[in-house]
Design a protein around this ligand. Structure first.
Ligand code: NCD
Length: 321
């Protein structure tokens, strides 16, 4: 019984498939004239974002509202963190208000695990440092499932291009696509790859042009400069020429291949704007659309598990009575 959603490995293959199946139902809910179900009525979800975000935070909040939860948004810039309050005190204070789930984003690796030590609430990881971003990987798997009409990804090649080193999206996607049977190829300059990826279930290439013809899913990453300590690329124009996706490169992809990006995009750096908007290839907009349904599925599943756990605990007490 899953209490938290902090990484793809924690979710595991069966949890991943269960969530993707449940997402189908949420997509249907979202198409209704009133896209609302009572799954989380009476529950309170807090978004605790210590790092900038547009789509992830808003899609979690929309998802919680569509499940009828009460929502609270913690905004660091107006909180007592600015008066020196520690993360632990902040979490315990909010937790004491009787909340059911924290949705957490933080620039440091492992914070969602730490927070789950300090609260009884469920913790959902909305991105921790360079480490994990499980709901983004769920969004991406679901988008591919819909776009290519396949539930398993055996025989498919996912090529992830760019700033792998600083990317939690890449780490979560490698695990998730691997679980569903895909082959994963990483393409990046050596300076943007982690020092040792030999134990990762991936192939590595330094040349984008060499892998495009055998790519079914092309996943472009942003240069995450805010997570870099120094210049990892000589200059942006050179990076765009060597690793950016332009029309010449896009033409080398097989006709059925899809193009993805987690956003926010730096148009003209890792991806040409026209290619990103090409509806015959790009599923970038679908990724955003599916963001709400996936997060509804994730929170719904955690709430169901909570109910089962509470019921089990009651039975246990009964047995002793
Ligand atoms: C990503 C993130 O924050 O890790 N964005 C997102 O959640 N959609 C990727 C990025 O910042 O480049």
């Amino acid at each position: 019984m899953m209490k938290h959603l902090r990484s793809i490995d924690e979710l595991g293959h069966d949890g991943l498939v269960r969530l993707l199946d449940l997402t189908h139902h949420m997509v249907e809910v979202n198409r209704r004239p009133v896209p609302k179900v009572p799954a989380l009525r009476g529950r309170t979800v807090v978004s605790l974002f210590f790092e900038d975000s547009t789509r992830t935070r808003l899609s979690f909040e929309t998802a919680a509202k569509r499940l009828s939860a009460d929502t609270m948004t913690f905004s660091v810039s107006t909180s007592s963190v600015n008066k020196g309050e520690s993360l632990r005190d902040t979490v315990e204070t909010i937790s004491d208000m009787g909340i059911d789930a924290f949705v957490v984003r933080h620039k440091s690796t492992g914070i969602p695990w730490q927070i789950s030590e300090w609260t009884n609430a469920s913790v959902v990881n909305a991105g921790d440092g360079w480490h994990q971003h499980p709901t983004q990987a769920l969004v991406d798997c679901f988008t591919v499932r819909e776009a290519l009409g396949k539930e398993r990804f055996d025989g498919l090649t996912l090529t992830i291009v760019g700033d792998i080193m600083h990317s939690r999206v890449a780490r979560s996607n490698i695990a998730a696509f691997n679980m569903l049977g895909a082959r994963v190829v990483l393409v990046a300059p050596p300076t943007l790859l982690p020092p040792d990826v030999s134990h990762w279930p991936v192939e590595v290439s330094y040349r984008l042009d060499d892998v495009l013809e055998r790519t079914d899913i092309l996943y472009m990453l942003r240069l995450q400069s805010e997570r870099m300590s120094q210049g990892h690329v000589p200059n942006l124009r050179e990076y765009a020429e060597t690793y950016g996706l332009d029309s010449v490169r896009a033409a080398k992809l097989p006709p059925h291949a899809v193009l993805m990006h987690p956003g926010p995009m730096n148009r003209g750096v890792e991806i040409d704007g026209t290619i990103a908007d090409d509806i015959n290839r790009s599923v970038i907009q679908t990724q955003v659309e599916m963001g709400v349904a996936v997060r509804m599925a994730a929170m719904d599943l955690l709430a169901r598990n909570l109910k089962e756990r509470r019921a089990a605990a009651k039975n246990e007490r009964g047995a002793w009575a």
